[in-house]
Design a protein around this ligand. Structure first.
Ligand SMILES: Cc1cc2nc3c(=O)[nH]c(=O)nc-3n(C[C@H](O)[C@H](O)[C@H](O)COP(=O)(O)OP(=O)(O)OC[C@H]3O[C@@H](n4cnc5c(N)ncnc54)[C@H](O)[C@@H]3O)c2cc1C
Length: 381
């Protein structure tokens, strides 16, 4: 079923353009980047040149002034490019970090941090997770204390997407002694500030991405690095994380569909017992069931996107999607590997890359366990 919200000619033309971009600049190289663990840094500038960054942000800050559905189309098309690690990097930049900067930033932060990020000249990272607190976001121990007219930042952030490549880090910290108040809040910190060390973490998947550990030791920054006001900016962060979950669900559904489509093509050509595998009843039933689950996930995601774009409250539904869309995708990927026989077990097979990536689907952006905890409290308390 076509998405009833995306049938207009402007959306179709936009999808065609992005599809072409992905076919030209990502698909032919993705497998090589994957195998050489290469972060395709240059793509950000290419995308920016085409006007594909900051799609839904206003033109006044360097965005494209389009609606949320353009972000949806973008997420679907780039997810099909085969470089999922990099896709995560882009979505963190465009659908969380840039958004927070736009909503909370001063004019100066818009000019010096947001604008270059939207121009493709700078990467952004969002440092929330800590070894000490992990899933318990509000338990962050990083501190930013005002001393001698400056903030002194101390702490450690782990598993941070874009951690080593970012030019600016948006960091969750306990703000202390600031005239705007104390409490959990955000800072936007130039990544080359003295006192910051960053190391790439060797992850099992997302080989085209960048995941890092970041240490802050006696890191002194100007008070103007505060992003929004403590407590209020923490609430804005929770809101931005919901949008990240929604747009990631869009991308993950696209991955599920692509994996299934390519598996169907494989089953049509693989001859066993005198006919293509796709003719076997048990295989047909498995494929049919997977197709039903992917379609249900996608249509539900579109419905939530529609409500979200209209400003309706969809927090509960987004948490539901964070569980169902991502777990559906993991199931689809696992089943499709089985349907490929030993070929799908080869380390260099494209499905193995997706399989390794998919292990992070139910961890990054909030684990399935935490999402169930959150959903239960939304529904039952
Ligand atoms: C690829 C990738 C990219 C990431 N990018 C970023 C990023 O850009 N910025 C950032 O800040 N973080 C990022 N993260 C970190 C991610 O948000 C955390 O990994 C996640 O929130 C879980 O924290 P943790 O790994 O410390 O797990 P833990 O909190 O240690 O949890 C371990 C296990 O226990 C379960 N658990 C924890 N608490 C409970 C509970 N109360 N009840 C039941 N089960 C529980 C968890 O679900 C999990 O299965 C990224 C992670 C990955 C894998």
């Amino acid at each position: 079923m076509k998405n009833p919200f995306l049938t207009g000619p402007a959306y179709q033309a936009f999808r065609k353009d992005i599809h072409h971009f992905v076919a030209q600049n990502i698909k032919p190289y993705a497998q090589e980047w994957e195998q050489t663990t290469q972060f395709p840094d240059h793509l950000l500038q290419l995308l920016a040149r085409e006007g594909y960054i900051g799609l839904s942000l206003p033109r006044s800050v360097g965005g494209q002034g389009k609606d949320f559905w353009h972000e949806v189309i973008m997420a679907e098309e780039i997810a099909r490019g085969g470089a999922l690690g990099w896709v995560v990097s882009l979505l963190v930049q465009t659908n969380v970090a840039a958004l927070l900067l736009y909503e909370l930033g001063t004019k100066d932060q818009h000019q010096t941090v947001l604008k270059p990020a939207l121009d493709g000249a700078g990467w952004l990272a969002l440092g929330l997770t800590e070894p000490i607190s992990g899933s318990h976001l509000a338990g962050a121990a990083t501190t930013a204390t005002v001393k001698d007219d400056q903030f002194v930042v101390e702490g450690e952030k782990r598993y941070i997407t874009n951690g080593t490549i970012a030019d600016h880090l948006i960091v969750l910290a306990n703000i202390e002694n600031h005239s705007h108040g104390s409490g959990l809040g955000l800072l936007v910190i130039p990544a080359d500030t003295k006192g910051i060390t960053r190391d790439r973490l060797p992850t099992a998947g997302f080989k085209t991405g960048d995941t890092a550990v970041i240490h802050f030791k006696n890191c002194q920054i100007a008070q103007t690095c505060l992003l929004g006001k403590p407590k209020a900016s923490y609430l804005a962060l929770l809101k931005a994380l919901q949008r990240e979950r929604l747009i990631s669900a869009v991308a993950v559904n696209a991955v599920s569909q692509q994996v299934l489509d390519q598996t169907i093509e494989f089953l049509k050509t693989r001859q066993r017992f005198g006919e293509p595998l796709i003719k076997k009843q048990t295989i047909r039933h498995r494929v049919a069931e997977l197709a039903a689950r992917v379609e249900a996930s996608r249509q539900c995601t579109y419905a939530v996107c529609h409500a979200f774009a209209q400003g309706q409250p969809v927090d509960t539904e987004i948490v539901m999607l964070k569980i169902t869309a991502f777990e559906t995708s993991q199931d689809v990927i696992r089943e499709c590997i089985q349907l490929h026989g030993a070929e799908g077990f080869l380390e260099t097979h494209w499905l193995q890359h997706v399989y390794r990536d998919s292990q992070a689907f139910t961890i990054a952006g909030g684990t399935s366990e935490i999402m169930r905890e959150l959903l239960a409290s939304m529904l039952l308390d």
